[in-house]
Design a protein around this ligand. Sequence first.
Ligand SMILES: *Cc1c(COP(=O)(O)O)cnc(C)c1O
Length: 912
Amino acid sequence: MQNCAKSWGVLCRSVRLQSRAVGCSRRAVCGTAQNIRWNSTRAAAGAPASPRQIELIFPRHDDFSERHIGPGDKEKTEMLQTIGVESIDDLIDKTVPASIRLSRPLKMDDQVCENEILQTLHNIASKNKIWRSYIGMGYYNCSVPQAILRNLLENAGWVTQYTPYQPEVSQGRLESLLNYQTMVCDLTGMDVANASLLDEGTAAAEAMQLCHRHNKRRKFYVDSRCHPQTIAVVQTRANYIGVTTELLLPEEMDFSAKDVSGVLFQYPDTNGKVEDFAQLVDRAHQNGTLACCATDLLALCILRPPGEFGVDVSLGSSQRLGVPLCYGGPHAAFFAVKENLVRMMPGRMVGVTRDAAGKEVYRLALQTREQHIRRDKATSNICTAQALLANMAAMFCVYHGPNGLKHIARRVHNATLILAEGLNRAGHQLHHEMFFDTLKIHCGCPAKEVLDRAAQRQMNLRTYNDGSLGVSLDETVTERDLDDLLWVFGCESSAELVAENMGEDIKGILSTAFKRTSKFLAHQVFNSYHSETNIVRYMKRLENKDISLVHSMIPLGSCTMKLNSSSELTPITWAEFAHIHPFVPLDQSLGYQQLFKELEKDLCEITGYDKISFQPNSGAQGEYAGLAAIKAYLNGRGEHHRTVCLIPKSAHGTNPASAQMAGMKIQPVEVDKNGNIDQVHLKAMVDKHKDNLAAIMITYPSTNGVFEEGIGDVCDLIHKNGGQVYLDGANMNAQVGLCRPGDYGSDVSHLNLHKTFCIPHGGGGPGMGPIGVKRHLAPYLPSHPVIALPQDIDARSLGTISAAPWGSSAILPISWAYIKMMGAKGLKHATEVAILNANYMAKRLENHYKILFKGSKGFVAHEFIIDTRPFKKSANIEAVDIAKRLQDYGMLDCFLDNTDMDNKIWELSVPQ
Ligand SMILES: *Cc1c(COP(=O)(O)O)cnc(C)c1O
């Protein structure tokens, strides 16, 4: 950092020289129309790099990329000397094969100064309209306690950690996630819960998969009154693993043939109706069918929980417990099961154990179920989930406690009772009498009149195809909101008058058998921190137990973590991004639409692909989406028989797990002693499976940290034999600006925006795993049942991957801002320095440790592996001992590869 100030003048000069029309956006914002045009025409014409006179006298304000990247000129020179290369260009020439190098700079807008990025972004954000939302459908307004917003969500000490694989330095996060699990178990009445999944739709799909794995049956019933996006995500998943789904009402469900694996229903249902499912659960159980219940945690504060009527799996979203709408995400889904199903549960789980001194401590439990270990036999492909958002929801419950939550739930329910009464009086007909917070209304007047009045007051209601309207209330509802709603529905009375006439004995569900009688959140942690003083201290105490990027680097193999700059993170809590319901009409989200377009354009330029889908919420989800796109494409060509997916043994564990979910048959390919794909074995495998070859999944540079020379040939070989190439783009960190998968033969990749593009890891999520595809796969990209995406017009779409149309929209501004502030040159330089750093570290360590894999000219990519096996003999020291010792010095998360090499290799990946 200090370097930066010193080399200020140098920085400005070098920037000026390379990129003439330096387009700091302030100029675009405040400047005259003339110089805006001037800028863009120059950029479009690719004008030569002649500096403008004004820039010689009045240089650009600053250069974000130098502060992002870290090492200054002096350090870089020293590193180059140590490595023994002349320049960074020289190093890159010797590392990245010439055959795949991008021979021109990336075509991007000129970079935006850091002190101007927020204004630029605010201009975009302000195109989103913040209307009051009563749409419901799994997304609700809520009051995020400011203490949690400021001290947790907006705090790098809580958001920049990696997944808590190292319990010694993660006790704070682990405790909070255990609170989350406890809260979920208590509210649902289930035995065990996991530490979050990606969203409600995928949680429902995981439940379907669990049922199928449990009893091997190939039929699954879905109550047609689940949320439409939940149904779509389940149907898509079922389709690829060969499970048939049937959309039915409970009375139409026949289990007697004993061929139904499970049944999914929603309580309260998507229309808001509360109904007794006990009988359905019994009927299912009598025939060996599992019962899965999608539910609402806030409703369960006053509603009899699913665990009390025999349900096997409970799932849903914890969004409304203190996490903003975020135009669809990120939010944490929850998933809870009966004890007997715990080994089949997807996702991460925190457990309690004892440390060497016998003290109670926390760690991740039952990890042998996970894809890192079990690969295509794993319970799920889930890796990154939604830890940060689970922590927010957990803290919300710690802060409010059982009584606070009950109070919120009762308040929401009573407001709905008042509204229902007013609507009845005004001559509207309610679809159901038993509800928590959601009404479906058959209007006594034309629905259009109601909608017009709603628009006048900037309120969104749910609209049904049959002309009925839906209203969902939430924690934020005030008396004025109720008055407005009554007015919108043409009710002459006010909420106050309606309430007066209701008398005192109206209790809604509290006067019925649906009333919750069991206690919840009795544990001390939920009854101790109800004052702001205490909750802030509690959060700080937990934060202080953890190591995050505010303490040190996190050199975790392949999971290349970058600086999560404050400028990138600031916008995510702006109301214009945070308070938009995902299903508002598109003309209310024009800011988001513009942001998606710009980010798509830049990501296409970076990767060489033609189209991006933002739906997948993690890298693994992107893999599944990309492979499903390949499958849909092949099926579209009548090649249903192509199901074989070749996966090198060195691949990340999510690859085989995802391929399995996409309905492919995994065939492993050997890796040679240099860490490259064994070409002879690959050719033999291609030859053997060529008639049924669907795809290959390749990680590039390889997980061993090498740019394989033969990558182009591998892609050719697969294409010649009728297959498609899936390139795992989690490691784009080593490629951005230097080479592009879309150029050297890949058809589809996911990008981990929470690795390469600066979204913080959140201690195990959120993430974003958008996929890029070549043109021929574009028609097959994900679609959405509620909001029409371009693919929806094309019936060829692979189906629906996530509950929200653009996945976790609210964290996309982070990657957008990163790319805009870095510009083409900064992005490329980040990659160069990542490779420089890794080679420097490898050089410094090579006399003491064996560096296992290097490229053809003796250089590594952005990471490398050192062999610690000899120390076992010489000193009885293993990789894990070295890792723990590093932790003693405040460095963590070096990756112990415990799958391939029997826990004896230490992988070091050097971020820039
Ligand atoms: C991180 C990673 C993944 C999985 O990404 P998630 O977001 O954790 O699901 C897949 N492949 C590689 C090479 C990775 O490094």
